[in-house]
Design a protein around this ligand. Structure first.
Ligand code: ADP
Ligand code: NA
Length: 330
């Protein structure tokens, strides 16, 4: 039997990914690529829905690709490509715009949040249409499974609605995808503000650990992580969110249970826990960082690989686009 088709992506919105992206997305993708026919995209068309510096975007796109590969996404097993290299994304998005209700799109909470954050002058039609582009991303590959964080659930639900609507109006064209929400336990919080999600786009980077940070910088950030005055290395998300966050990161990266860490650090201080975490973080990201540097050292080879993968993606996407165009009379 064919492996189920899977699609996911991330924006190239910073020079480096942060460890939440690694734990919440890349680690999961790495496991899923064994059992799925996976398409992993670097969604640069999404990145321009807010203001960008062109040279930085181009550079960050390449760097993001290098980080996907260095983190274990295998570009010969999975299709790892840059969204804008496959023209069908923008083309299908236009068609989907024409079957999306204005009110329906207006209900997307991420748009409301982002437009509030960026202000009216920076809120573009592109930002408003972000979810229909995302629907195109998913539907072009006849995707069955979309592994995303809880914050993307509404967009995948919209994708399902649009697929079903298109199919009933114009004839069966798209697979209606399933949402596979990544477990909450894999959610990583800002080290300085452990009740808010660690994010590339956080206003302050003091509590963000970047994959490509120097070890000395990472160490400083971990040693300064916010904890509590109570003491005791105990997992209590409600009352000790800082310590719970450190334990989560530690447990995922070291591949050990939180319970065994509580035992190991029983009767010891937060300083010890942090020192242990520094080692685990460097043990994970040191080799990834070296591999990223190697990949970026040979941009022609990286570009060749991305072009080849874009061709593989287009071979699938173009078939779906042609069917959709035909169905609507284009
Ligand atoms: P960011 O906020 O860093 O820009 P995105 O919202 O673009 O990240 O998400 C990219 C991917 O990384 C998604 O799959 C998302 O679920 C995952 N992700 C982002 N931040 C975290 C986090 N703090 N913890 C767990 N997963 C995360
Ligand atoms: Na983001």
């Amino acid at each position: 039997m064919d492996k189920p088709r899977l699609y996911s992506g991330m924006q190239p919105s910073a020079e480096s990914l942060q460890i939440g992206n690694y734990i919440g997305a890349l680690l999961n993708w790495k496991a899923l690529q064994q059992t799925h026919d996976a398409f992993f995209s670097i969604v640069d068309l999404h990145a321009i829905t807010v203001a960008q510096d062109p040279a930085a975007l181009r550079e960050n796109t390449r760097r993001t690709a290098a980080q996907y590969i260095a983190a274990g996404i295998d570009p010969s097993a999975s299709t790892l490509y840059v969204q804008s290299h496959v023209a069908a994304h923008a083309q299908l998005a236009w068609v989907l715009n024409t079957i999306t209700g204005f009110g329906e799109a207006s209900r997307m909470t991420q748009f409301k949040d982002k437009s509030a954050r960026h202000g009216q002058d920076a809120t573009t039609v592109g930002l408003f249409a972000y979810p229909t582009l995302m629907a195109a991303d998913i539907l072009l590959y006849q995707t069955e499974i979309v592994p995303v964080g809880e914050d993307q659930r509404q967009h995948v639900e919209l994708t399902r609605d649009l697929a079903a609507r298109f199919n009933s109006r114009f004839g069966s064209t798209f697979t209606v995808p399933e949402v596979a929400i990544v477990k909450e336990t894999a959610k990583i919080y800002d080290l300085q503000n452990p009740t808010s999600k660690m994010s590339k786009s956080a206003e302050s980077h003091a509590g963000v650990i970047w994959l490509l940070d120097e070890p000395s910088v990472t160490k400083k950030k971990i040693m300064r992580a916010v904890t509590d005055a109570e003491g005791g290395v105990v997992f209590d998300r409600e009352n000790k969110p800082g310590v719970a966050n450190l334990l989560t990161i530690y447990s995922v990266l070291a591949g050990v249970t939180i319970g065994s860490l509580e035992d190991e650090y029983a009767g010891r201080g937060y300083g010890d826990l942090k020192k242990g975490l520094v080692e685990v973080v460097e043990g994970t990201f040191g080799p990834i960082r070296s591999r990223v540097i190697e990949l970026l050292d040979d941009p022609a080879e990286l570009d060749r690989l991305l072009a080849h993968n874009a061709d593989r993606a287009a071979a699938v996407a173009d078939v779906t686009l042609a069917r959709a165009y035909d169905a609507v009379g284009l």
